[in-house]
Design a protein around this ligand. Structure first.
Ligand code: PBG
Length: 351
């Protein structure tokens, strides 16, 4: 390997040529490619664009309403008309898809999550309204019963148990209900076994073979969902925890089995959730399966960055961008993030 040389001491040119040069020892200076912004840009390995973003939106009943969520600063629950406006904003910013989450009136919640099957429920109304006004935005709807159950679990209960197969049958009906309302991507977040295959079969049998499935394939039982449960009003209701269906944070191989199974059952894309604490899982999924892979930067991750920024403990904008590029570096094709509109504006030079 070539070695950089420098003259030995204060010699005449002839003596110098005879003496040769002694090595300085630095063949590679990685700092050369970092010397200026243009140089850093030239060699940048990963880039974040608005096209990588999915914006999760919380919906409430009513008109002209925007309700703050105290554990998620600057995120609001939106009434239908405001949700349509948000969808328009997303489209304008180049965000390809939004994900809808309903805050269901507590009076409409019951042990079996019946409201999930109501063709006029909030999510269905929002799908129809947004599809009509903003036909070009991708609409992702969540499959799980927790916004609709009085006990806050994602499935139906028998005693203390969240029963799998009975829940899956309801989830298929929920998926059909949302597909009929105009959902483009069905995203099962419930972690029941076999739900992807059952939903795929259900959708196909009713002519929805082009409706995609984004499986929350590796979804962990995480403390980072706390603020989301405030947002959809399940924190107070939830009895116990979700550890019999969501994954143990200590597991990695099992995530590969979950992903393999969901792909086998017909998932078009898979998700890892939460995001930052599970970057290793995103990388393993991408390397092993080469399938469109998404990360969910969940409510607690958002809340942590916002809280620290509001305290002046870190630069919120920089932490936002750094956290999002880390998903791309880990191999994610896109990120569900509450920062979506803010970072999209920043990328456009608007914020
Ligand atoms: C519901 C669901 C949850 C999230 C998305 N869908 C919460 C949970 O499983 O308890 C969490 C999203 C977030 O924290 O931002 N099945």
């Amino acid at each position: 390997m070539a070695t950089p040389l420098r003259p030995k001491g204060d010699l005449t040119p002839l003596a110098e040529a005879k003496a040769g040069y002694e090595p300085l020892g630095l063949t590679h200076r990685l700092r050369r490619n970092r010397k200026a912004e243009w140089a850093r840009k030239l060699v940048r390995e990963n880039v974040l664009t608005a096209g990588d973003l999915i914006w999760p939106i919380f919906i409430i009943e009513g008109k002209g309403k925007r309700e703050p969520i105290s554990s998620m600063p600057l995120v609001e629950r939106l009434s239908l008309d405001e949700a349509v406006r948000a969808a328009a904003e997303a489209a304008e910013l180049g965000i390809p898809a939004i994900a809808l989450f309903p805050y269901t009136d507590p009076g409409l919640r019951d042990p079996r999550g019946t409201e999930a099957l109501n063709p006029q429920n909030l999510v269905c109304q929002a799908c129809a309204a947004i599809k009509k006004e903003i036909p070009d935005i991708g609409l992702i709807t969540d499959i799980a019963l927790d916004p609709y159950t009085s006990h806050g679990h994602d499935g139906v209960m028998q005693g203390d148990e969240i029963v799998n197969d009975e829940t899956v049958a309801i989830l298929v009906a929920q998926a059909l209900n949302q597909a009929r309302a105009g959902a483009d991507i069905i995203a099962p977040s419930d972690m029941m076994d076999g739900r992807v295959g059952a939903i795929r079969a259900g959708l196909d049998s009713e002519g929805f073979e082009m409706v995609q499935i984004m499986a929350y394939a590796a979804k962990y039982a995480s403390a980072f969902y706390g603020p989301f449960r405030d947002a959809i009003g399940t924190s107070a209701a939830l009895t116990g925890d979700k550890r019999t269906y969501q994954m143990d944070p200590a597991h990695s191989d099992e995530a590969m089995r979950e992903v393999a199974q969901d792909i086998d059952e017909g998932a078009d894309m898979v998700m890892v959730k939460p995001g930052l604490p599970y970057l290793d899982i995103i990388r393993r999924v991408k390397d092993n399966f080469s399938i469109p892979t998404f990360a969910y930067q969940v409510s607690g991750e958002y809340a942590m960055i916002m809280a620290a920024a509001q305290n002046g403990w870190l630069d919120g904008d920089k932490a936002m961008v750094e956290s999002l590029i880390s998903f791309k570096r880990a191999g994610a094709d896109g990120v569900l993030t509450y920062f979506a509109p803010r970072v999209a504006k920043k990328l456009k030079g608007m914020g």
